[in-house]
Design a protein. Structure first.
Length: 292
């Protein structure tokens, strides 16, 4: 697989603050988290508007089959569902009697179950990053009931399931590793194994992750201003590197959309728009993405 050249990247949208999470609707509209407690909508022509008033700091996002935007709000400790008319409901603030102060990323599977990473039991993100400890977890919300299904993760971050939804992958950012769990029939997570290099490269702190249909697991590396992927053989390939931060501004998430899901879209901590580029293999289809 060839490396992607910076000249192959375009940036769409403008005026977004901290577009950490990103998703693409069937009609080609890109949704991105915005630090002002709202969601940005970016049309393919770049026109940007905003909706919602969810407070806090929206972080990772995903979409359900009705097009509602599910938000892991790392700023106010809520997992939320935002309707296009701007109303929202709270899906989770705690699990197993424990407060979940740092929801980071949500992933909705085909059974209607929502998997949410909680980076740390500490409310201070800065504290969790400066003094890493294995106090992150994964929460499964099933039939509106949240429960902890994995603990002991050092800054739990991006979440992805494989194509047949038998395994869950979580970026343990401060350990520089991707963990792979086997999913039990009851939603339990078992037998975590390192997926790909352990540890990942120096400064290779993994953030958002997403599969393409060939089985490559794409990873955003904010500290490296780079995007890479782990092949099915477990090799890490750095597909796009921007060490000077000319285009990437601390990339945090990746998703796929537009025609045949052949375009990747990148969320970030420091950008004001969404970089996008053609990928060698289409993205793995998510629950909200209908077949053309």
């Amino acid at each position: 697989m060839m490396k992607i050249a910076p000249d192959d990247i375009i940036v769409i949208g403008s005026g977004v603050i901290r577009p950490e999470g990103v998703m693409v609707q069937n009609d080609g509209t890109v949704l991105a988290a915005d630090a002002r407690g709202q969601i940005a909508t970016i049309r393919p022509d770049g026109y940007t508007s905003f909706y919602g008033n969810v407070g806090g700091t929206p972080n990772g996002i995903c979409l359900d089959e009705q097009g509602n935007c599910i938000i892991a709000n790392i700023g106010n400790g809520q997992c939320q569902s935002l309707v296009r008319d701007g109303t929202h409901t709270v899906l989770m603030t705690e699990a197993n009697g424990k407060r979940m102060p740092t929801p980071n990323f949500p992933f909705l599977d085909r059974k209607g179950r929502l998997w949410v990473s909680n980076s740390s039991y500490r409310a201070s993100i800065e504290d969790a990053l400066q003094y890493p400890a294995p106090d992150g977890c994964i929460v499964l919300i099933e039939e509106r009931q949240p429960r902890i299904v994995a603990e002991g993760i050092t800054f739990a971050n991006g979440v992805a399931l494989n194509a047949d939804e038998t395994r869950l992958y979580i970026a343990a950012t401060m350990d520089r590793v991707i963990w792979e769990y086997t999913i039990g029939t009851d939603g339990s997570l078992r037998s975590p194994l390192a997926y790909g290099p352990n540890p990942l490269p120096e400064l290779g702190y993994p953030d958002g992750i997403a599969f393409d249909e060939a089985g490559n697991l794409w990873i955003a590396f904010p500290a490296l201003n780079a995007i890479g992927f782990i092949t099915t053989e477990g090799e890490l390939v750095m597909a796009l590197e921007d060490p000077k931060g000319i285009i990437f501004k601390k990339p945090t998430n990746i998703c796929f959309g537009w025609k045949n899901l052949e375009t990747a879209f990148i969320g970030s901590l420091g950008g004001t728009g969404i970089p996008c580029f053609q990928v060698p293999y289409p993205g793995m289809r998510l629950v909200h993405q209908s077949k053309d």
